[in-house]
Design a protein. Structure first.
Length: 113
């Protein structure tokens, strides 16, 4: 099985509950970053979003003001989400997740990463 094919199966296996206690390794394997997929897959992801990355950043920074250092679309456990990283005034790096369908903020705790 090729590495790319394996990457596509891992999120579905993890969602199915193969790992009973989430670990950092399991969570990392369950995330596919947009840089890791083909152009054809990027087009599919783009068509699956209703919210722009600019609007996702506005939503995230309204909740957590600060300097945005990264914003990208990821598939996390088989679900597309914008991940926005913000450096706060007190020098913390905060990850916020925005649903690309609704534009609503998804709290970190809801991801069970």
């Amino acid at each position: 099985m090729t590495f790319r094919l394996l990457q596509r199966f891992i999120p579905f296996v993890l969602v199915g509950g193969l790992f009973s206690s989430p670990s950092a390794l399991a969570a990392e394997l369950a995330t596919t970053e947009i840089e890791e997929v083909s152009d054809a897959e990027k087009v599919k992801w783009a068509h699956a979003t209703k919210v722009s990355v600019v609007d996702a950043i506005k939503t995230a920074t309204a909740h957590q003001p600060g300097q945005v250092i990264e914003a990208a679309l990821h598939a996390i456990r088989g679900r597309l989400l914008f991940e926005i990283e913000v450096v706060t005034k007190d020098d913390r790096v905060v990850e916020l997740f925005v649903d690309p369908q609704t534009g609503k903020l998804i709290q970190q705790g809801e991801l069970k990463r």
